[in-house]
Design a protein around this ligand. Structure first.
Ligand SMILES: Cc1cc2nc3c(=O)[nH]c(=O)nc-3n(C[C@H](O)[C@H](O)[C@H](O)COP(=O)(O)O)c2cc1C
Length: 391
């Protein structure tokens, strides 16, 4: 724990427990299953003292401290489905990819366990793979300092058809070959969460975005039952009444450096007159979400009544991770760099100033720096719905 006073040991439990739990929540909780596996491994030992890296040494309440870790971890581990990401640290760009795929998973509120294959054991791996809903595997080097064959065999032996798998490669010629392994997982009946990601050179922002979107795709699959249940759970009277809120139809477009994204949006409203400002509700697991942080810019394209079907259909397509969403769509750059769609009725150039967490969405408030109407007589497309659990 991050705690410091004059005592070397943990004499007074009540003094330490809040910090002990805070440390667990921040650093151990996200890896609850690994904690359980570690606890199992130390079970045969007679423990005299736990010499922590920082904070007081633990000696006086050992059984209590250990039991707390066990209870918290069991609660955490039972809570929800999770994905385990295997990678080989300090090899290629494995760690960076593992991290960005993990970020994409976290956008869908999926628990993630990240495991360095060079610093684990077959028992932990078996336990994690047996209980995970999804697996991600970064190809390890064939020239690793210790043979990873036992780890790979354990993963293959414990994997089962109810899981999804995603593979990535970052090192180049020395890696375990990715496609034979992909075929093995397919034969075992696992579902491919995303196409194998092959990185031959230094990862860029575009690769990061691709990995994040791959992680989000996997997370959405892992949580499909929960999402369905939640969308059905809304009381029907309430849901129908809420569904009477009608809005316009818009395409949000954003470009940041080399990466761009777009989304069909209807939850959009003017939110201030001075300064001119508007708010958009963006689901937490949207691809474009990571381009809408404070200071980021985007364009809100207003769709025209009677002339929006083509754009709507295009932007509602299921785009693969990292796909170019503007292919085949006429657009030109706004002053802030984001695409203005040639077919839109009007556009507004926006700068994000605030993000408010609103359940499963972010409310993005932005100020509007510029705008133009392309067709003075056109009307905005209006969107009426039947129920509130759909847009
Ligand atoms: C009519 C309609 C309106 C939508 N409005 C919103 C919205 O306001 N906010 C949002 O987050 N998603 C909205 N969506 C969902 C996204 O446009 C859609 O799921 C997106 O294309 C896929 O998400 P992705 O960009 O993460 O792949 C809407 C969908 C439809 C059909």
């Amino acid at each position: 724990m991050h705690y410091c006073d004059d005592s070397l040991y943990d004499e007074t439990l009540t003094l330490l427990e809040a910090d002990f739990q805070y440390y667990y929540d921040c650093l151990m909780g996200p890896n609850a299953r690994s904690v359980l596996a570690a606890l199992k491994r130390i079970q045969p030992l007679t423990i005299g003292q736990i010499a922590t890296g920082h904070g007081p040494l633990l000696r006086h309440h050992l059984a209590d401290w250990i039991e707390r870790y066990r209870t918290w971890s069991e609660t955490q581990a039972q809570a929800e489905p999770f994905v385990v990401i295997f990678y080989a640290a300090e090899y290629g760009f494995s760690e960076r990819l593992a991290h960005t795929i993990g970020q994409g998973l976290l956008k869908t509120d999926t628990a993630v366990e990240v495991v360095d294959m060079l610093d684990t054991d077959t028992q932990t791996v078996r336990e994690l793979v047996t209980t995970a809903t999804g697996l991600v595997l970064g190809m390890p080097p064939q020239t690793a300092p210790v043979s990873l064959e036992p780890i790979l065999s354990t993963i293959l032996a414990a994997a089962h058809p109810k899981q999804a798998i995603g593979l990535f490669e970052t090192g180049g010629g020395q890696d375990e070959p990715i496609f034979p392994l992909r075929n093995r997982f397919q034969e075992l009946g696992l579902r491919a969460a995303f196409e194998p990601i092959l990185i031959k050179t230094t990862p860029t922002e575009a690769t990061d975005k691709l990995c994040e979107e791959a992680g989000t795709d996997l997370g959405q699959w892992v949580n499909r039952d929960r999402t369905l249940k939640q969308s059905k759970s809304l009381d029907s009277d309430l849901g129908q009444a809420l569904g009477r809120l009608s809005t316009g139809l818009y395409i949000l477009t954003a470009k940041k450096g080399d990466i761009s994204s777009a989304m069909l949006a209807s939850w959009v409203i003017q939110a201030s007159v001075q300064p001119p400002g508007l708010a958009v509700a963006v689901a937490k697991d949207r691809a474009i979400e990571s381009l809408l942080h404070g200071g980021d810019t985007f364009v809100l394209n207003v769709l025209e009544e009677g002339n929006y079907q083509r754009l709507m259909k295009h932007f509602l397509k299921r785009f693969g991770p990292g796909a170019d969403r503007f292919e085949g769509i006429a657009s030109y750059a706004a002053e802030n760099g984001s695409p203005i769609l040639a077919e839109s009725l009007a556009y507004l150039e926006c700068t994000v100033t605030h993000r408010l967490e609103a359940g499963d969405h972010w409310i993005i408030y932005c100020t509007v720096k510029a705008g133009r109407v392309a067709k003075p007589v056109g009307l905005t497309a209006v969107h009426h719905r039947k129920a509130s659990n759909h847009y």
